[in-house]
Ligand binder design. Sequence first.
Ligand SMILES: *[C@@H]1O[C@H](CO)[C@@H](O)[C@H](O)[C@H]1NC(C)=O
Ligand SMILES: *[C@@H]1O[C@H](CO)[C@@H](O)[C@H](O)[C@H]1NC(C)=O
Ligand SMILES: *[C@@H]1O[C@H](CO)[C@@H](O)[C@H](O)[C@H]1NC(C)=O
Length: 320
Amino acid sequence: MRFLSSVLLACTALLSSVEAQNGYKGFNYGAFFNNQQAKRRNDFAYEFNAAKQLPGTNGGFTSARLYTMIQWGTQNTVIEAIQAAIDTKTTLLLGMWCSSGQAAFDNEIAALKAAIKQYGKAFTDLVVGISVGSEDLYRITPTSIQNGGGPGAQPQELLHYIQQTRDAIRGTALQGKPIGHVDTWTAYVNGSNSAVISALDFLGVDAYPYFQTTMENSIGNANRTFYDALQATINVSQGKPVWVTETGWPVTGPTQNQAVASAENARVYWEDVACSLMAKNVNFYYYMLQEAQYGNPSPDFGIKGPGDLMQIPTRFDVRC
Ligand SMILES: *[C@@H]1O[C@H](CO)[C@@H](O)[C@H](O)[C@H]1NC(C)=O
Ligand SMILES: *[C@@H]1O[C@H](CO)[C@@H](O)[C@H](O)[C@H]1NC(C)=O
Ligand SMILES: *[C@@H]1O[C@H](CO)[C@@H](O)[C@H](O)[C@H]1NC(C)=O
């Protein structure tokens, strides 16, 4: 008994930052289709319902992570995913896009405030967290710039945006909802970004062993590689909860070092990583339900391939 409880204590300390979470399970949802057409209320609702109806998951995928509050193609109209979430009782990890400068961020804030006003409690009750930014710190690194990764944001800018978000929700029904940021584990372990961590309520980490090409990244090592990345993030999290906001393994696409994209390997990754995260009750957003409705995205991380989401089968068994 004594032995058991000390083992238990050791484990608790190691994974303390991922324990005592709510076990939200969801997918990441972009604001537009791969032809740049905006997703509308019914499109989002269709995706959210398809996520709930995944065979073998017991209606488990009931949360949605968004990247922006703004309806695609508008200045600051509330994204229609909010109405779709209300329609389908889907909880929301909101996203504020932070890599287009202050004027664009003002529009994110305007849309956030408008959503609170427009939808009230029906909306605010569904919100499980707000992520200020997505991989902005990764995109300012030499690695991302070399890969043509697009603009990011400096830690100092993110600090302003986090404060502006806190100010915007003060005195509203969203006050008290956790405010976080999403980035790669490599951005978190970079000491130049520690002030951002200090300003957060939780860290959302994105980790893809498939892309970790400087390591031995075969599927056989993927569980270990993933959990090392998670642990490295926990180690610098200043005791704050670490949510897994993106991870996955592609079903098709190029081989990256030792990482081979295939349905069998995606199934192994699901069983090892996704199932163990769910068993640990970690807040978890898989990448992704469907990469694109049509075309041949490469790599393609979709549990479902191109086609009608409700009609086509999953490409691998998602039971745990
Ligand atoms: C570390 O973080 C700083 C600030 O975000 C960034 O400018 C720098 O490029 C990062 N270093 C590496 C090696 O990624
Ligand atoms: C996390 O910190 C522990 C304790 O300092 C250390 O033993 C371990 O190697 C670290 N893990 C990673 C992945 O950095
Ligand atoms: C993957 O690693 C985690 C953390 O070490 C562990 O809990 C889980 O059982 C592992 N899964 C497999 C299939 O080895």
